[in-house]
Design a protein around this ligand. Structure first.
Ligand SMILES: Cc1ncc(COP(=O)(O)O)c(C=O)c1O
Length: 304
């Protein structure tokens, strides 16, 4: 099932969202940030936690706070497959967890994703809503003894079903998910070692063990005292034919969210600092040790 944590979902839920700043270094929401928001606005019904870059947010802390208040927890695990937190997989913590299998994610079906839940009521609703609000899923229609043509539409659903061909690609990728993750961890560790002492360059803050991390992204944050500013660094990477990206321009700077919810940069100082200096470096399982070393050496020569 495809799931997009976007304006479409917010509109569907029908209530105005509250946006939180993230922790500096990890870009994760924290239990204390959530606690403070729930105290300020006791009407909040659900919290959406993004496991940014492939690292888990503090799920034991977040679940404790939310369970005590009867607040549901939805995890955006688009970056976090496979990721662990306190010995449990991401997907085993919240009420609902959404994974993405988009083309640039840790496993892919081209487009698509997966929603997991332990709640049978939510599962039933999701199964109905993913295919036009139909009360029988397509598998049931063609495998049960009752007539395949007969179905009812019981809700105003979406067209979010994962096509069979995409699912077949996903099943093949799934078998290799841990192997891919280990490759990414090795690359990330080489980056962490190589860039530790660069002046005014911040590295991702890793809370747990490296092996709990999906390592979907590896970024540097260039501060005002870095050897190059971001534009010059990006230009130099391009000159050396090193791919890069910027993850991300934050929601408070996106026109729709900024205007609809009156968001401004002063409300999100940590996200703002990250965004002003962040550059993501290449990180993919088939990256060779030579390519990894070339990026380390080039970045060091540019920023030392
Ligand atoms: C954090 C995060 N959440 C959700 C999504 C959306 O995933 P999808 O395009 O599979 O709906 C993305 C996609 O890049 C993402 O990075």
């Amino acid at each position: 099932m495809t799931f997009t944590a976007s304006a479409e979902v917010i509109r569907y839920v029908g209530a105005d969202p509250v946006f939180l700043d993230v922790e500096e270094g990890s870009c994760l929401v924290t239990p204390s940030g959530i606690d403070e928001a729930l105290n300020r606005m006791p009407g909040i019904k659900a919290v959406v936690v993004v496991h940014f870059g492939g690292q888990a947010a503090d799920m034991p802390g977040i679940m404790k706070i939310c369970r005590a208040r009867g607040v549901s927890v939805i995890e955006d695990a688009a970056h976090a497959f496979p990721t662990r937190c306190a010995g449990r997989m991401i997907g085993e913590w919240g009420d609902v967890t959404c994974f993405s299998f988009d083309a640039n994610k840790t496993i892919t079906t081209g487009e698509g994703g997966m929603l997991v839940t332990n709640d049978e009521r939510i599962a039933k609703r999701a199964r109905t809503m993913r295919l036009h609000g139909i009360d029988r899923d397509i598998w049931n229609r063609f495998t049960s003894a009752s007539a395949s043509w007969e179905y009812d539409v019981v809700a105003p659903g979406f067209k979010y079903n994962l096509p069979d061909l995409a699912a077949a690609v996903g099943l093949a990728q799934l078998k290799r998910a841990h192997e891919y993750r280990e490759c990414r961890q090795k690359i990330a560790e080489k980056y962490l070692d190589g860039f530790r002492s660069l002046p005014d360059v911040s590295l991702p803050l890793v809370h747990g063990r490296g092996e709990d991390h999906a390592w979907h992204l590896f970024w540097l944050v260039l501060g005002p005292g870095a050897r190059l500013n971001r534009a010059a660094f990006i230009e130099a990477l391009s000159r050396h034919e090193i791919g890069y990206s910027v993850h991300y321009k934050p929601l408070h700077r996106m026109t729709y969210y900024k205007e609809t919810y009156s968001l401004s940069p002063e409300l999100f100082p940590n996200a703002e600092r990250h965004w002003k200096g962040c550059v993501s470096l290449p990180l993919f399982p088939t990256m060779s040790a030579e390519e990894n070393g070339f990026v380390v050496d080039t970045v060091r020569s540019l920023l030392s």
